[in-house]
Design a protein around this ligand. Structure first.
Ligand code: MLT
Length: 283
């Protein structure tokens, strides 16, 4: 893994292969290792960049300067956690990372779930830097007020108790039945990744997600080639909802991944890789 100083933090990233740049952006609260199978496969034909986002994995872990507390009385807060990581700031980090790597040609951006929320902000701010978009198991809708409030409560708990309560709540919902029954080691591997993340990074991103805008009305404006991928058993961003996203984006392809839930790239990597390779071949 390499690292670069970017916008006041240090981002760690994998940079492998040559050719057309493909950027893989992980979900919450994970790190770049969720893309291990995609990094291996896609780097055979492309230059793959897979960062740990600010506050996750090895990037800025445990560093207070990544998400500094706001001074008392500054900025109204809904909940008790006085800092957050808005999705567009992650997008700014990614654009700055590409700059620092000297990648000026447009990239194929592939994001899962929170990585997809960030993808919409990357598109909004840096559309000219996109050659293609791969949206995996993600949502265009904003959080409901109840869901946003629950994230605030959970962020507060994680700061006090560590990642465990969040991991216990999320882990059972991340995987499809097939993975849970037949590959428990994959579930346990992800548990370790989630538990190793910093409470501060988790809390900041949770609040950033709670405040993310609803991008549904903007989907029809997306002009870059887009692939929408979803695990058939995804209960967090279900296939019906993701099919709607694909239908709203002009010309988007839609691929449903068998024997997979929300973590489709980990659960059925062969099918996800085939979908991505076929999409890349079309560009
Ligand atoms: C993710 O996988 O990134 C999360 O499920 C996103 C979320 O909590 O909305």
């Amino acid at each position: 893994m390499k690292s670069l100083a970017v916008r006041g933090t240090k981002l760690h990233y994998v940079d492998r292969g040559q050719g057309r740049p493909v950027l893989f952006v992980h979900g919450f609260p994970l790190d770049h290792t969720m893309w291990a199978e995609q990094i291996d496969a896609i780097s055979q034909q492309c230059r793959v960049i897979a960062p740990d986002l600010r506050g996750f994995g090895r990037s800025g872990k445990g560093d207070r300067s990544n998400f500094p507390e706001r001074p008392e009385g500054c900025c109204a807060q809904i909940g008790p956690v006085p800092f957050s990581a808005p999705m567009d700031q992650f997008a700014d980090d990614l654009a700055a990372l590409l700059d620092a790597l000297g990648i000026i040609e447009p990239v194929v951006y592939c994001g899962l779930s929170m990585g997809g929320y960030i993808a919409f902000q990357f598109w909004r701010k840096y559309a000219e830097r996109l050659r293609g978009l791969v949206l995996c198991d993600t949502r265009s809708a904003a959080d409901s007020p109840e869901a946003a409030a629950a994230r605030h409560v959970m962020a507060d708990r994680v700061l006090k108790e560590g990642p465990r309560p969040l991991v216990e709540m999320m882990l059972p919902r991340l995987f499809g039945e097939t993975t849970r029954q037949e590959r428990p080691e994959v579930v346990e591997g992800l548990r370790r990744v989630m538990m190793a993340n910093s409470p501060r990074g988790i809390a900041a991103a949770a609040l950033g997600m709670a405040a993310r805008p609803d991008m549904t009305a903007a989907l029809k404006e997306i002009r870059c080639p887009t692939l929408v991928v979803v695990g058939e058993d995804d209960v967090i961003s279900p296939p019906t909802e993701m099919r709607g996203i694909a239908q709203a984006i002009p010309g988007a392809r839609f691929v449903e991944i068998p024997a997979a839930g929300h973590m489709s790239p980990l659960e059925n990597p062969a099918a996800v890789n085939t979908a991505i390779v076929e999409f890349l071949a079309m560009l």
